[in-house]
Design a protein around this ligand. Structure first.
Ligand code: NAP
Length: 259
């Protein structure tokens, strides 16, 4: 399917690995010029080089921490008028509610709520003036069904979801959409490290823990990041202009509700 976004410009945050990388690659395959970021310069440059080689699109790599004002300034300086914005950052750490300090909460809110809000605020009005924009916030299935031990993530991401609900409905009149993608378990470094930590806690073999978790999903497996990237690219397509304010689960059917 031709997505009608060839030649557009995208900022893809937290994109050297995992879901962000998959979104960047899928957009590049649709002909979108990229500005991508991550903190680690080496992995970021390697991803940028691979995407350039595979797709031929221009890729600007900005090594920065997107959760800081300076990081966001560098990103916007590299791509001041994006047509597409993919908000993403690392997730907050797991833990026991009793052990989370207010500073832990502030960090989670800063990274997973205020950072995407700041980037939306900086870009959405320009998109509206230009008459085209697609914003996708990568959140989590935990927005629909809270995950134990991930209260920091459950709370901060739910706050972002509420904050986007009305601007998404204002912006769409100017062909600018704002949606969130809610991943279930995807086979990325983050999932692997969570599974290793669980195996360590339980004194079990990490492969056995991973197999058990994969089997527990209705699909009988973890998601492939490429599946996530393809859905993200569709939400950014010319054809997706009538989808806004939505929180779309992509979890192999793990969410147990009828709706
Ligand atoms: P991942 O495989 O660990 O990749 C994370 C990417 O984000 C890396 O490129 C990392 O590079 C970059 N990054 C992290 N913090 C950053 C920061 N402050 N500034 C700039 N770049 C940053 O993680 P993932 O699985 O793709 O997860 C992406 C998001 O989806 C996370 O918020 C995660 O909680 C959420 N999520 C994932 C799953 C899943 O199953 N994978 C499920 C639900 C929700 P550097 O470390 O070099 O910065």
């Amino acid at each position: 399917m031709e997505l009608g976004i060839g030649g557009r410009r995208a900022i893809v945050c937290a994109a050297s690995k995992g879901l962000g990388r998959a979104c960047a690659l899928a957009l590049a395959e649709a002909g979108v010029a990229l500005t991508i970021c991550a903190r680690g310069a080496e992995a970021l440059e390697a991803t940028a080089a691979e995407i350039r080689a595979r797709t031929g699109v221009p890729v600007t790599a900005i090594a920065c921490d997107v959760t800081t004002e300076e990081g966001r300034r560098l990103l916007l300086e590299a791509c001041p008028e994006p047509d597409i914005l993919i908000n993403n950052a690392g997730g907050p750490p797991p833990g026991d509610f009793r052990d989370f300090s207010l500073d832990d909460w502030r960090r989670a809110v800063e990274a997973n709520m205020l950072t995407p809000i700041a980037l939306v605020r900086a870009t959405v009005y320009g998109m509206m003036e230009r008459g085209f924009g697609r914003i996708v916030n990568i959140t989590s299935a935990s927005v629909k069904a809270p995950i134990p031990m991930l209260e920091l993530s459950n709370g901060a991401r739910a706050g972002l979801t509420g904050a986007m609900a009305t601007i998404a409905r204002k912006a769409v009149r100017r062909n600018v959409t704002i949606n969130a993608l809610l991943p279930g378990p995807f086979d990325t470094d983050r999932l692997r490290s969570t599974l290793r930590a669980q195996a360590e806690r339980e004194g079990r073999d990490p492969a056995a823990v991973a197999a058990e978790r994969a089997a527990a999903n209705p699909a009988g497996r973890f998601g492939d990041p490429a599946e996530f990237g393809a859905l993200c690219a569709f939400l950014c397509s010319a054809q997706a202009g009538y989808i806004t304010g939505q929180n779309i689960l992509i979890d192999g059917g793990a969410y147990p509700g009828t709706l």
